[in-house]
Design a protein around this ligand. Structure first.
Ligand SMILES: C[S@@+](CC[C@H](N)C(=O)[O-])C[C@H]1O[C@@H](n2cnc3c(N)ncnc32)[C@H](O)[C@@H]1O
Length: 287
């Protein structure tokens, strides 16, 4: 017990050395594409403290030796990556994209492609607000404009932690605040106990979204048939230019001609050689 307490207080006070920071930041960059410049050292230290406790390590030196000298990466990578990804997301984030989807992209896709099922992909889905927003919007669209057609959404992320949360589909009520009242009534279940501040996305909506782990750094994206719609929003900002080019080229390979790519409002494709043309602010169509 005394030893345990000593180890704990040591881990709380322990600091990440520059040498260990360099090792970690190189690994994180190589594995996930996420840039980890020196000004993120305090952030990384804070986020990894929990991993020190979880692995029973009493210092960052011990943790980094375990990772890089004793094969700890094999079991620790998933948790290390969970700890360093930034997962901020919202329902109906950047709402103009959803307007464009309904008013322009979907009618155009239905005209071009006779497929019964339209395939859509949220490629950095975080805890699920983006794919479930897509599902609400697509469900409404198909019910009113094309009941003979259907849709399916693939939602992927690198972090297993967010994927588990997304699969459960349970959210604090504040996060659901941007969902219009009518869609809340249709697609979000109120808790049996009204004192609980959490709500769950309906089973119907959950059944339309399939979650999987996919690293956008990989050389192959095993997503099956090419997509009609891809969202890759608010993740390119964490990558440098060569990684952005890699990711965007691979996403284009997964998009049907005439299919639509949506990126975040603070992201750009300027300067990249890609088979897409801009059709609206941060919306592109595959050529
Ligand atoms: C800020 S969230 C964006 C969520 C959502 N797209 C949105 O706009 O609200 C960024 C997400 O990208 C994921 N991510 C970071 N690097 C990744 C990679 N190499 N492959 C796949 N996902 C990654 C993170 O785990 C995180 O969930």
């Amino acid at each position: 017990m005394a030893l345990d307490m000593a180890a704990r207080s040591q881990s709380l006070d322990d600091r990440l050395s520059k040498r260990n920071f360099d090792l970690l930041s190189k690994f994180i960059y190589d594995y996930s594409g996420i840039k980890m410049p020196l000004n993120k050292m305090t952030m990384l230290e804070g986020r990894l403290r929990r991993r020190l406790r979880a692995t029973g390590m009493s210092s960052f030196d011990g943790y980094c030796d375990y990772l890089f000298k004793h094969d700890g990466l094999a079991s620790e990578t998933v948790y290390l990556i969970d700890a360093v990804t930034t997962n901020k997301t919202d329902f109906f984030r950047e709402p103009k994209h959803f307007d464009y989807l309904v008013k322009t992209a979907l009618p155009d896709i239905l005209k071009t492609y006779p497929d019964r099922r339209i395939r859509s992909w949220s490629s950095a889905c975080s805890t699920g607000a983006e794919p479930y927003t897509m599902a609400m919007v697509l469900n409404e669209f198909f019910a009113t404009s094309a009941p003979e057609r259907d849709y399916f959404i693939l939602a992927t992320d690198l972090s297993t932690d967010v994927l588990q949360k997304a699969q459960r589909g349970i959210y604090a009520s504040e996060l659901l605040a941007p969902v219009p009242a009518e869609l809340m009534r249709k697609y979000v279940m109120r808790p049996a106990d009204p004192r609980r501040q959490e709500m769950r996305v309906s089973a119907k909506l959950r059944s339309k979204v399939g979650f999987a782990r996919l690293n956008l750094m990989d050389d192959k994206y095993p997503v099956g048939d090419a997509m009609h719609i891809i969202f890759c929003r608010n993740v390119l900002i964490y990558f440098d230019k060569p990684t952005q080019q890699h990711v965007l080229s691979h996403l284009c390979n997964c998009l049907l001609p005439g299919g639509y790519l949506f990126i975040g409002h603070s992201e750009t494709v300027t300067g990249f050689d890609l088979p897409i043309r801009q059709v609206a602010n941060t919306v592109f169509q595959r050529m």
